[in-house]
Design a protein around this ligand. Structure first.
Ligand code: HXC
Length: 535
């Protein structure tokens, strides 16, 4: 007979028993229904998500990826913890939808946090799913795209949640410079969670729904008494200005369109050349409008992006950090079908000077392009570094060194064009030949010098000017002499510091020909663990 101890203890977490009898049809029906239930999610929670002006995780993946291309991984994975606020619920997916798909036919790995499950918070299973797609992205050499919408570490799971975040950060760093990493913020991204976007190459934020901060408004109020809203603390426009966001969008649709465009410009990994389309005949194309865009007077402003639009295919580009350090522009585009990174001084903003922020912005961009084999085109029109106690106290020496370091280190094809002026240290830093530029071009308007004529004359002839009968007359004479001797466009070209002086209308063709000439450029690896880049 049966003994009492043989009675099985009921497992409250077990799935319902399989239908009996176990027929193929029965099992397939059961599988289909479970799969459909998981995929459908909680309809009421999805409605609440939409009421917040947000799409669901699955809707987002559908909008981002090529139609029908998404293959989900770990759909059946369930919350591992139970107890506090989880009870016996243990939802499938554990609040993140992960997998792979294509963007314009090119492979990417993705995960989208699902705010409808425990506020998209990160528990053990959730983290393990993210780790798995990150590992696959690294192993196969495909870009990783993270769609963030999460309350952060799942409080009731405790330290495994923190361990899970650490695993993401560790992989972010291992993947850095190996595969492009893109973070898209579509909801809260608070506390340590903000470090994954910070470690990735590009961060997109969508206005009104995206918030990023290390400590929320409640903690700020408790610590400092200051009352701020989520938006004031970490909204998209705030981070457009801090440089935390690379791109800011009004809505999810335009954001996903730009993510897709960005991916179309990038290689899948550092060993793959950037995608190239058919040549566009750029090598012989004249752009007569260029001469009219740039005023010949050195101090008159113009928009460097108007110059860029004439140089790149179809006038199309994607600009990074439009509202952070606008005195330097960094953008990705194509020239003759091939991806290029463009760095340009922006005379429209602070006369195009370099400062702490501009140096940081351009340095990181140069390093990104170099890591992924994207040739650099530098458009120079720079009066120098911004002088002043503010800048010195902010450590402009340290930050300016980042840009210098980034260029010196870059082994991708490098072409610079001095559009109008290049003075002093800024001349050197903006990809001069002395720090490794491969092809240095200049327009006939160029002025390259240690400093402007007025300043130079004041330093060199201080005593003579102090005792002169007609100091203003003497000054004018000396300025004229200095300008004529040192600042004419050919002074640098006579010495080989400029490879060619070109007519403005030839600029697109000259860059395209230069890129073709430099295509075979190979890095000369230096054996060392890594350099000590000023951070
Ligand atoms: C568990 C969480 C959660 C979390 C939200 N939820 N955040 N559950 N752990 N971290 C749950 C809520 O309890 C709620 O569940 C549901 O998600 C929706 O949250 P709401 O608060 O109703 O939504 P909303 O008003 O939109 O506010 C969103 C929010 C807020 C601003 C994100 O939920 C919030 O402040 N959450 C806590 C943020 C936080 O302190 N996280 C931990 C920080 S530490 P119900 O069942 O009620 O619907 C951290 C560090 C990472 O993240 C460390 C890495 C090193």
């Amino acid at each position: 007979g049966r003994s009492v101890v043989d009675v099985p203890v009921p497992d409250v977490f077990a799935d319902p028993p399989p239908p009996d009898p176990r027929t193929m049809d029965g099992l397939r029906r059961e599988h289909g229904s479970l799969r459909d239930r998981i995929t459908a999610g909680d309809a009421a929670a999805a409605a609440r998500q939409r009421a917040l002006g947000k799409r669901t995780a699955r809707e987002r993946l559908a909008a981002l990826l090529d139609e029908g291309s998404f293959d989900e991984i770990d759909r059946y994975r369930r919350t591992q913890a139970h107890g506090l606020k989880i009870g016996e619920n243990r939802p499938h997916t554990d609040g993140v939808i992960a997998g792979s798909g294509t963007i314009a036919g090119r492979r990417v790995f993705v995960y989208a946090q699902d705010f409808t499950v425990f506020g998209g918070s990160l528990g053990e299973a959730h983290a393990a799913k993210i780790h798995k797609v990150m590992d696959l992205a690294i192993a196969t050499g495909a870009p990783l795209i993270a769609l963030n919408d999460s309350g952060g570490a799942r409080i009731q799971e405790g330290v495994p949640a923190l361990h899970g975040y650490g695993g993401i950060f560790h992989r972010n760093v291992r993947a850095s410079g190996v595969i492009p990493q893109i973070s898209v913020i579509l909801g809260p991204c608070a506390g340590g969670a903000a470090y994954s976007p910070a470690l990735s190459d590009f961060t997109f934020m969508v206005r009104d729904i995206a918030k990023m901060y290390l400590t929320g408004p409640d903690v700020v109020a408790a610590v400092s008494g200051q009352r701020v809203t989520h938006e004031q603390l970490g909204g998209a426009d705030v981070h457009a200005g801090t440089g935390v966001a690379t791109f800011v969008h009004d809505d999810e649709d335009s954001c996903f369109a730009d993510v897709r465009y960005l991916v179309s410009l990038l290689p899948g990994n550092n060993l793959e050349p950037p995608p190239g389309g058919p040549a566009r005949g750029a090598t012989t194309e004249l752009r007569p409008a260029l001469a009219g865009i740039v005023p010949v007077e050195p101090n008159k402003p113009y928009d460097m992006r108007a110059v860029v639009a004439e140089l790149v295919d179809d006038g199309e580009f994607i600009e990074l950090h439009e509202d952070w350090a606008p005195n330097v522009v960094c953008l990705l585009a194509r020239i003759d079908g091939c991806t290029v990174g463009v760095v340009g001084n922006q005379p429209m903003s602070l006369a195009g000077v370099l400062d702490v922020q501009a140096a940081q912005k351009a340095a990181r961009f140069v390093r990104f392009c170099d890591a992924f084999g994207i040739p650099l085109v530098t458009l120079v029109d720079v009066p120098g570094f911004l002088p002043g106690t503010d800048q010195e106290q902010a450590g402009v020496i340290r930050h300016g060194a980042k840009l210098l370091y980034a260029y010196c280190e870059a082994t991708v094809p490098r072409i610079s064009v001095i559009i109008r002026k290049a003075y002093g240290g800024a001349y050197i830093v903006m990809d001069s030949r002395s720090i490794g530029c491969d092809l240095a071009l200049a327009w006939p308007t160029n002025e390259i010098a240690v400093m402007g004529a007025e300043g130079a004359v004041n330093v060199l002839f201080r005593k003579e000017l102090a005792t002169a009968a007609d100091p203003e007359g003497l000054r004018a004479e000396l300025v004229h002499e200095y300008t004529g001797q040192l600042m004419h466009p050919y002074y640098a070209a006579e010495r080989g510091l400029i490879d060619d002086v070109i007519d403005p209308e030839q600029t697109r063709a000259a860059i395209a020909r230069g890129l073709e000439m430099l295509r075979g450029k190979r890095a000369d690896p230096v054996q060392r663990k890594h350099g000590n880049v000023p951070l």
